[in-house]
Design a binder for this molecule. Structure first.
Ligand code: GLN
Length: 511
């Protein structure tokens, strides 16, 4: 028998496989692979904005905030739309298991490319990491689902454990990469070794690459535990194709892409913003084409999905500012000391992840206790938006205090705490609601729409780095205040729309 990684060994699912916290052993392989992948992603993301905007003498790229925001936005948004291509490639060509392996290797190469101090390797790195993530991220989640037989009750709990892996990686990595890239201690250390201390950033990026390498090694070694998961012949049943391509859909998609590209080039940040706008335009055209003939119940369901997706964009455009405006807020306007001890500003990026780890079990417990009295999915969505809005009210207030100097680190901790409460209301119900609402033959497409909403939200969030071009307390207070206002208004609007949404989808249990 050849190695399972290359897609030949198939063993049937066995509900007696309970080696990993009562779950199949394969979950341990996927848990640690994803943990290391997220370690590399968030470890690098913690530094990215800081590295781009740092002065050349400090080893940074010396980009102005506007350009840095465009690069960052383009990068993070592509990390969320490329999984659409990655999922498709795995289904049609590679199989999920091989896609994860190749994705992991490409990601590691990307981080190592970032470890080199040059502009071409920097851009190449972003492209590689985004492409690799597009291959790895959707397919590793598919494989988690495939570890369980269709009637296995452990599946949801399995995904919760997997989500812990994501956040464990996200929690640990900024400590490592931030220490290497930003701390005086490490800079002095490499200077003593006769190396250039301004290159400390690249040690941080290399650490992200080492993390992904551990992930890949672990994935290969743990391959036999995966049994049949991710093999090409075991395709998931959810990937049914949507209705065939017709001419109008093709025309609308092409027109959408061209208009998007032109708009991005002309009115956003030039060439840098073309990929994102092209994808958005294409998707809008494609969706218009594929949904234009829907009627009755199907049309209502798809409309509800579109409504929820708009709210999802609003949520992520605030939440995803962690790596952009919040990072600069931490670096430039926050005291990075606790109890008289200084720490690197990138460490703040660990805070949301630790709150997810602490709060996720609390939420699971609350929802379980409430049983049938749980709020409906749209209601949970509006709670999510409400907390995101409150978090932004807090940061608005903190920004208004920055005129008198740096503010206490606890402000950001509070902001991240409230945001995480919002995330735990909204994020877990997002995918499951979409899969419940979507007409069966469109599930794959509607999942794509959900990912696209995160992508659009991340793009807008990424662009907020440019607020620091001036960075005055007035500019920041006003901008954060506007985000708070939009998000709170959205929470209210969705709460008002909830009865209507329930009426529009009477036969779907939106709970
Ligand atoms: N933190 C989660 C992850 O990295 C989800 C983030 C998101 O949905 N935007 O997978």
């Amino acid at each position: 028998m050849s190695t399972p990684i290359d897609g030949t060994a198939v063993t049937s699912l066995d509900s007696g496989d309970r080696g990993f916290f009562g779950h199949p052993w394969g979950l341990s392989t996927l848990f640690f692979t994803e943990m290391w992948e997220r370690f590399s992603y968030y470890g690098m993301r913690a530094l990215l904005t800081l590295y781009m905007t740092s002065k050349l003498v400090d080893g940074g790229l010396g980009f102005d905030e506007r350009y840095a925001s465009a690069i960052y936005a383009t990068y993070v948004s592509s990390v969320w739309y490329l999984p659409l291509v990655g999922g498709w490639l795995a289904d049609k060509v590679l199989g999920a298991r091989r896609a994860v392996l190749i994705g992991g290797i490409i990601i590691a190469c990307g981080h190592y490319s970032m470890a080199i101090d040059s502009l071409p390797t920097f851009y190449a790195a972003l492209v590689l990491i985004a492409l690799g993530t597009g291959l790895l991220k959707p397919n590793i989640s598919t494989m988690v689902g495939q570890l369980y037989a269709p009637d296995d009750k452990r599946r949801d709990a399995g995904f919760s454990i997997f989500y812990m892996g994501i956040n464990l990686g996200a929690f640990i990595s900024p400590f490592v990469t931030g220490f290497l890239a930003q701390s005086d201690f490490f800079r002095r250390f490499i200077a003593r070794m006769g190396l250039n201390p301004a290159h400390a950033w690249h040690w941080g990026f290399a650490a992200a690459g080492v993390g992904m390498t551990f992930g890949v090694i672990q994935y290969v070694l743990g391959g036999k535990r995966l049994r049949g998961a991710g093999l090409k012949q075991e395709k998931s049943a959810t990937k049914e194709s949507t209705s065939g391509f017709d001419l109008i859909t093709i025309v609308l998609s092409v027109v959408g892409a061209v208009v998007g590209a032109f708009f991005g080039y002309r009115y956003d940040a030039g060439w840098v913003s073309v990929p994102f706008w092209t994808v958005c335009g294409y998707f809008v055209g494609y969706l218009g084409g594929t949904t234009r003939l829907l009627k009755g119940d199907e049309l209502r369901r798809v409309l509800v999905i579109f409504i929820l997706v708009v709210f999802s964009i609003i949520f992520w455009m605030t939440y995803e500012q962690a790596g952009s405006s919040m990072t600069l807020f931490a670096d430039r306007l926050t005291r990075t000391q606790v109890f008289g001890w200084s720490f690197p500003s990138s460490w703040f990026q660990s805070v949301p992840a630790v709150f997810v780890i602490l709060l996720a079990p609390v939420f699971a417990f609350i929802w379980q206790m409430m049983g049938d009295r749980q709020p409906s999915s749209p209601a949970k969505f509006s709670f999510g938006l409400f907390f995101a809005g409150i978090a932004f009210l807090v940061i608005t207030f903190a920004a208004s205090l920055t005129g008198a100097g740096r503010v206490s680190p606890w402000w950001l901790v509070v902001v991240y705490f409230i945001q995480t409460v919002g995330e735990l209301c909204l994020s877990p119900v997002g995918l499951s609601t979409i899969s419940k609402l979507s007409p069966v033959r469109m599930v794959g497409l509607m999942m794509g729409v959900w990912f696209l909403s995160i992508s659009i939200g991340s793009y807008i969030a990424g662009r907020t780095t440019q607020l620091f071009e001036q960075g005055t307390p007035q500019v920041l207070t006003r901008a954060f205040g506007i985000f708070a206002g939009i998000t709170l208004a959205a929470a209210l609007l969705l709460a008002l729309l909830t009865p209507l949404i329930k009426k529009m989808t009477p036969r779907v249990e939106v709970s």
